[in-house]
Design a protein around this ligand. Structure first.
Ligand SMILES: [Zn+2]
Length: 55
């Protein structure tokens, strides 16, 4: 599997492991490196740790 950096699209879907909400990748990051759940009362962060990438 190729891992492409698609900062221009940001359409991959992520799911928060803590609160269970789903959101596009672009909503979870501002710089393409650091990810955090966009839900106000949730402080889950990190791909593979707090957030899971959906294929
Ligand atoms: Zn969350």
């Amino acid at each position: 599997m190729q891992r492409l950096i698609s900062r221009s699209t940001g359409r991959d879907l992520l799911r928060c492991r803590r609160c269970g909400s789903e959101f596009p990748e672009g909503r979870a990051t501002t710089d393409g490196w650091h990810y955090a759940c966009p839900t106000d009362d949730c402080d889950s962060t990190g791909i593979g740790d707090g957030l899971k990438r959906l294929d």
